[in-house]
Structures are given as C-alpha cells and as structure tokens.
Write a protein that binds this ligand. Structure first.
Ligand code: URA
Length: 211
C-alpha cells in the first residue's frame, strides 16, 4: 500500500487568502468569499489525477484529438455545516458532481463525533468521493464521516480541508491510510477545546456569522 498522502497546497494565492481568513477582523462576507476562492484552488489540486480520454474535436481550422475528462463519476460530500463553504466553491469547478451531506457535531466534553444527518447518492459505490470540511482538528468528525463512506462502499475517498492539525492528520491516516488529504495549511496543534492553533476560529460561525 502507498504511504499515506498529505498535500499542503503552498501556492502563494492560497497562503495569502488563508492568512486573510485567519484575521479576526475579517468580516463574514469577506470570509465567505475567501473560502469560496480557496476552494476553487483546492479543487484544482484534489482533481489533479482525474483520468482523461482523447476525443476528436473540430476546431475552426481542423479536426484533431484532445483530452477530455473520462466520464469520471464524482461525489462531493460536505460535513455539515462548515463543509458547505468549501462545497459551494468546488461546485463552481465541478458542476456535474453529485453532492452528499453528513451532519456531524462534536460532543463538547469528549469531542466525540455524533452523526445526526446523512444524505448521499444511492450509487456511491460507483463514485469517487471528495469529502470536505474546513478544519481537520482532532480528526474525530473526519474519521466518523470516512467510516460511513467506507461502509457504503464509496469507490475512493479524498479529504479536503483548509487547515489541518497534526493530530487530525495522524488520526485519519491511522484509521484510513488510503485516504489522501489535501489541505491549505498544516498548523501547530490543538487547544484544550480541540480548536486548531493558530487556526482561524470556529469555521462554521465565521462562515455563517453565528457568533
Ligand atoms: N472546528 C473549527 O471550526 N475550528 C477549529 O479550530 C476546530 C474545529
């Protein structure tokens, strides 16, 4: 089996936009727009290995063969609610992808992941899943969501986030070494409440203006 894969996207645009998102003074509207923009760039990275097939195309000058996507069946799965910020951006780039939602909340004391909602395409076993959640902190929510996707026999699974903590990456890869992780940043660690340091705060609250 290949070594567990973590890709930190170090493109200057990603680093710049993420730095602005971290700033506590950034407004809800700007935070939302930045999340949308970074999601496009993360989608670009996460889809780097999509297979292509040559097809014949007639340009205004001649017929020639060109690569197009080989009918890959994708499913974007958002971990509610903050995952929806990444989902919206990714759908701009992948408008034909199917979409699933998994509602998971963190039990505040134990930080255990509790699933409260699940809606996925029926044909998941024929689809490659990109699972999205902005913050990979303890990894408990990600592991719970991936377990559910594995149980439903998703064809493959990638996990895309904005900010990852070393604990979260280790937990996901311990449980599911085959799941490749794409992140915009790998931060220092977690505080006693399971928040990422330095992080950007509560991604859901900042995205939806609920605090
Ligand atoms: N969830 C968040 O929104 N932020 C964190 O730092 C950790 C989990």
């Amino acid at each position: 089996m290949p070594a567990p894969s973590l890709t930190v996207v170090e493109h200057p645009l990603v680093r710049h936009k993420l730095a602005l998102m971290r700033d506590t003074r950034t407004s809800t509207a700007k935070f939302r727009r930045l999340m949308h923009e970074i999601s496009l760039l993360l989608a670009y990275e996460a889809t780097r290995d999509l297979p292509l097939a040559e097809t014949e195309i007639e340009t205004p000058l001649e017929r020639a063969r060109f690569p197009v996507l080989a009918g890959k069946k994708l499913c974007l799965v958002s971990i509610l609610r903050a995952g929806n910020g990444i989902l919206d951006g990714m759908l701009d780039l992948l408008p034909s992808a199917r979409v699933g939602h998994i509602g998971i909340y963190r039990e505040p004391r134990s930080l255990a992941a509790i699933e409260y909602y699940l809606k996925l395409p029926a044909d998941l076993a024929e689809r490659d899943v990109i699972l999205v959640d902005p913050m990979l902190a303890t990894g408990n929510s990600a592991v719970a969501a991936i377990s559910r996707l594995v149980e439903l026999q998703a064809r493959s699974i990638k996990f895309v986030c904005l900010v990852a903590a070393p604990d979260g990456v280790a937990n996901v890869h311990k449980a599911f070494p085959e799941v490749a992780i794409v992140a915009a940043a790998l931060d220092r660690g977690l505080n006693e409440h399971g928040y990422i340091l330095p992080g950007l705060g509560d991604a859901g609250d900042r995205l939806f203006g609920t605090k």
